[in-house]
Ligand binder design. Sequence first.
Ligand code: GLA
Length: 725
Amino acid sequence: MSVFYDEERKLFKLDTAGSSYIFEIYDEGYLVHLYYGAKIPDANVGEFRDKGWFASECPVNINIENTRFSPDVAPLEFSGEGSGDFRSSAIAVRNADGNNVTDMRYVSHRIYAGKPSFEDMPALYVNDESEAQTLEVRVRDSVTGVEALLSYTVFEKYSAMTRSVKVINASDKAVVIERVMSCCVDFDTHDYDMITLYGKWLKERSLERAPLSHVKQGIFSKRGSSSHHHNPFAAIVDRDAGEDFGSAYGFNFVYSGNFIFDAEVDPFGGTRAVMGINPDGFEWTLRPGESFQAPEVVTVYSDKGTGKMSRIFHRLYTDHLIRGKWAKIKRPLLINNWEATGMDFTGDKLVTFAERAKELGIDMLVMDDGWFGTRDDDTSALGDWFVNEEKLGGPLSDFVSRINALGIKFGIWFEPEMVSRDSDLYRAHPDWCIHVPGREKSIARHQYVLDFSREDVRDYIYSLMHGILSGSNIAYVKWDFNRYLSEVGSAALPPERQKETFHRYVLGLYDILNRLTTDFPDILLEGCASGGGRYDPGILYYAPQIWCSDDTDPIERLSIQFGTSMCYPASTMGAHVSASPRTGYETKGNIALWGTFGYELDPNKFTEEDKEIIREQVNEYHKYYDVIHSGDLYRLITPDRDDFRAAWMFVSRSKEAALVTSVVMRRPEQNTFYLKLKGLDPDKYYVEDESGEVYSGALLMNAGLCLNRFGNDDGDSFKLYFRAL
Ligand code: GLA
């Protein structure tokens, strides 16, 4: 049992292996948050609601005698709008009278085994009801009759919970949701730092850490996708927390569209953290009897810093988010032609790629952008998903057969959500893209975004994709998305529903991803959005891997991969060895091994010496696959802390094997280098594969290894593999 209801204290306690989360039903039905942190056995925390003497101007509820209770300062579980709490609200619903005062109080609750799934949105799942327990609390605004169901699912063994909110219009008049946060947590202090992942194209998910102060600090997207600019992840950590010590609370939104995460410090020193759909540009009309399901937030608590927090996310996502055939079996090692050829290729040329791939032990060739319509550069043809037979030298099925005949699997690129201004599709259906009538449409990469909120548009695009995927032996799809949404409106919605377009668009995307993964369960799907511009758990529910970044410079990739690893497992990180000149193949390989691994270059240009290295890398890919894909990650030296070196290691869950990698980013000031390992069993003895030296886990973690024997120049790197004796 991980969810308890204390009848006497009217209090809920949600326990995981390492955390407790407590809130109570207070007077007048207020849900008051009392505690979130390291696991505690008891729950005598009722007085935590009273924040001390607040000013006389703070609103109070006239029916409550406790002079220490004001919604203005009390830690509230699901605070409404305009009813005495001036902090970020969790919900604001505009009622038929035109105001948005919202005040939700407790009605009932139920506790049950397992976790419900959503009809039309991604969410973490259980394989068996015993793996999680769910608390559902019903709250109601007694004036408008609008209700909400607050769901908390406890994944006990992971120190993790998921939270979501369903708004139900139980009244007899239409209402408009202006804001609904999927998660709200009131911390009793602001003695924290906030860690977020900022970025842009070629610099996704870079780590940023800043102390909380008396301002509202937040990240967001209003680009229509989760975006390069901020990832829908944030951690609230103790000021002195590090990789291995201190409390860390991680929040990750299972959603691929507009979002916010805000941490607001109140005048009394507490912090309110909220996460949900960005209210900017959002509204949703609910007619009587209708409901709206807000997406889910994953929260993780770690008592041992950000390292443990990340490992909890990784295991949780490996076991309860990533689905389908490719969740647990070995992925093919691929070569993609994009960086080698751009759109300037022919079928014959790609066959030579496949021939070289075969010689080197690579499993699959991926044909990137440029195989359809009239597309020789990025100005045309998106939406015209008809094979360019002239380029491929015949029908796609024949071309794929040529590749398959070499013993190489075949994958293909699509950008289904887009239409080029210069395309037959746009000429035939100019109203099929996201737009606002009478207003000029901004263009990006010569393309517009198709209105995926519309079923007819989705059906058309999907029918073309379906035809291509079922007509040839296709093992993999790279699903790209190369511009943000602007001038957002849908020709299919009435004026009062235009602000639903953003969210309906994301639901439309999920609909097609759902159809695709259901109809083609054997296809391996890789997400992509101008590199890693839509890297979120929503996409990972459908696509087990996502192209991390268009930046394949190995040294720049380090900070991207370290940032990505904050909450996303290595098995999801699309990482390839490219022709980037910054380092040799060995270092490029060592860095790409941290992800899905593959190649993004012209294999015809390899020298004999290169081929030797590549063959060896392919062997290493197989040798280390399990420890990387199913093991635990330990970040040893992070590039944001040390300008010179980066180091990380994977340890198998059984602690029987470990792979350590270090890269010199810039020649260090001193040569002497001791590396202390982490995560090993101190009592086990480990043999280092190459030297045959034997060390105890305790020695490796406490004394460390003196690594002066390894190169110290820019771009040098090494790997060490340990096996328990
Ligand atoms: C995006 C992707 C690249 C490549 C190109 C093709 O930039 O991130 O990997 O597929 O599109 O146009």
